[in-house]
Ligand binder design. Structure first.
Ligand code: SAM
Length: 184
């Protein structure tokens, strides 16, 4: 199965805590397998994501404080491909079938205000989710949705302590029994 990791570039601790956390949450909820916070480490973001994983399950691989350039080069050296989400890229619908057919692990790069030139150069695909400026959170969500053809909305996570039962009104939540048979 193709592994998808998301590398978030340009995080400014203090200013971007919430939006970077949302990038990580979307990565997890929409079927990515890893979330890499490049540049300045931020344990606050990482702890928020770990809390969500503890309650809602999943095995999202998380790293922080890495050098983005080295990480990208190493990813490619190991045979993975790199997708850079940018409003200047090729429309997603023109390339998504090719990305899927490559059948290789994918590193998805999302930026903040500015991204370095090497993102465009090292990327196998510079992909636009529409050619208007919007948000890394929206861009990532739509890329994953196109890649998985909507199947990511039905993912269930291992080790979840809580599962939602969809309902037309109100909130239905099931607490999952532990292995020893006792309810949480
Ligand atoms: N000038 C940026 C760009 O190249 O897309 C917009 C900056 S935006 C605040 C931060 C990040 O959101 C970008 O680095 C990009 O990853 C993502 N993004 C924003 N709009 C996008 C779009 N239309 N298509 C793909 N990604 C987008």
């Amino acid at each position: 199965m193709v592994q998808i990791y998301v590398l978030r570039y340009g995080h400014r601790p203090g200013r971007d805590k919430r939006i970077t956390t949302h990038v990580g949450l979307v990565a997890r909820a929409f079927g990515a397998h890893g979330f890499i916070l490049g540049g300045v480490p931020d344990e606050g973001v990482i702890n928020s994501l770990r809390k969500v994983i503890k309650t809602w399950g999943g095995n999202l691989h998380i790293e922080t404080g890495i050098d983005p350039y080295k990480y990208i080069v190493n990813w490619k050296r190991k045979g993975g491909i790199v997708v850079h989400l940018t409003m200047y890229g090729i429309p997603v619908d023109e390339v998504i079938d090719k990305v899927r057919k490559d059948n290789k692990d994918i590193l998805v790069l999302v930026g903040a205000e500015k991204v370095p030139r090497y993102f465009y150069e090292l990327a196998d695909y510079n992909i636009a989710i529409g050619n208007q400026p919007h948000s890394e959170v929206a861009a990532l969500a739509i890329f994953l949705d196109r890649f998985y053809n909507g199947r990511e909305l039905y993912i269930s996570f291992p080790n979840a302590k809580i599962i939602i039962v969809p309902s037309a009104r109100g909130k239905r939540v099931v607490r999952v029994a532990k292995e020893n048979g006792k309810d949480e």
